[in-house]
Design a protein around this ligand. Structure first.
Ligand code: CDM
Ligand code: ATP
Length: 279
């Protein structure tokens, strides 16, 4: 059995620069990977059957991104092998942390190795994009500057800050936010240097906070301690700290029913270190 991480990401900023004819939005974002996430225990067999345990609340088994990733790889490769995958879910769902996408990416990377398919990372990223816009960066395996719908990726080396991630007691639907009339969709593209020097913002924040007052409440609470920002389309918020102790002291003061965790930003995905064939 192979135990592998499916790390979270946060979007250090998120600008929406346009809408494409297919309805998807062009973005600019910086994906910061974290050393915290889900864990997948994977065993392969010759049955051809994909089994995923446990069943996730409100997600039919055939919609689970782990199942969909495994089936897609089976179909596209013609592989007749099967797999039993057990998920230890740590990341809040619908949180903007890319949990489902990261689970799917880890599944594709693991089965590519265990089924001995030897697909290239690029080919897996292209396949992964069909499952979700955030899947490619987790296969890319490095914190990245991203454009397009998130598939045009450039490695970045960020300083390893500590982050407090706060999950308000609500889930945000990504599709609802992108479909909203009031969403800012015309931010001028910037260069990576401009972000590094001046920062950026999350264009989804205004709409998310208008629809989900709990998110605004949580941001205002976190903003007492540090600059607080939405990741992806939310609902999670994050703030950056120079030390783990600083981040943990704020986490201790966080009121219920909010949940939270402290994690360090990493440049290289912990998944790559656990999968020897991917350097
Ligand atoms: C906002 C981000 O979290 C930034 O990291 C991601 O781009 C969202 O990625 P994701 O959750 O994997 O999203 P997907 O499952 O691909 O898309 C959900 C829905 O959001 C909308 N969507 C998503 C991404 C994008 N660039 N433009 C969009 O308009 C589409 O209506 C899509 O049907
Ligand atoms: N393995 C999975 N883990 C989490 N969610 C899953 C999974 N499979 C399917 N889903 C569905 O996908 C939805 C989005 O889940 P996810 O946790 O990836 O959201 P997210 O963190 O907002 O992602 P993103 O940042 O990519 O928008 C969930 O609400 C759930 O219905």
């Amino acid at each position: 059995m192979l135990s592998l991480p499916a790390p979270a990401k946060i979007n250090l900023f998120l600008h929406i620069t346009g809408r494409r004819p297919d309805g998807y939005h062009n973005l600019q974002t910086l994906f910061q990977l974290l050393d915290f996430g889900d864990q997948l225990d994977i065993e392969v067999d010759s049955s051809g059957v994909i089994r995923v345990t446990p069943t996730l609340e409100a997600v039919p088994p055939e919609d689970n991104l782990i199942y969909r990733a495994a089936r897609l790889l089976q179909q596209e490769s013609g592989c007749k092998m099967g797999a039993a995958i057990h998920l230890h879910k740590q990341l809040p769902m619908g949180g903007g942390l890319g949990g489902g996408s990261s689970d799917a990416a880890t599944t594709l990377m693991a089965l590519n190795t265990l089924w001995q398919l030897n697909w290239s990372r690029e080919k897996l990223m292209f396949l992964g994009q069909q499952l979700g816009a955030d899947v490619p960066v987790f296969i890319f395996g490095h914190s990245a500057w991203a454009e397009g719908v998130g598939e045009q990726l450039t490695k970045v080396e960020m300083k390893s800050y500590w982050y407090l991630v706060l999950a308000p007691d609500t889930q945000v639907s990504t599709a609802t936010i992108f479909a909203h009339q009031g969403l800012t969709r015309n931010t001028h593209p910037i260069k990576i240097r401009a972000f590094l020097e001046q920062g950026g913002r999350n264009d989804c924040q205004t709409v998310v906070e208008a629809l989900y007052p709990q998110v605004k409440k949580a941001r205002l609470w976190l903003a007492q301690f540090a600059d607080a920002r939405l990741t992806g389309t939310g609902a999670c918020l994050f703030a950056r700290f120079d030390s783990e102790a600083d981040a943990r002291s704020v986490l201790k003061q966080m009121p219920a029913p909010w949940q939270g965790f402290v994690a360090q930003g990493v440049n290289r995905s912990p998944l790559l270190d656990k999968l020897p064939s991917h350097n």
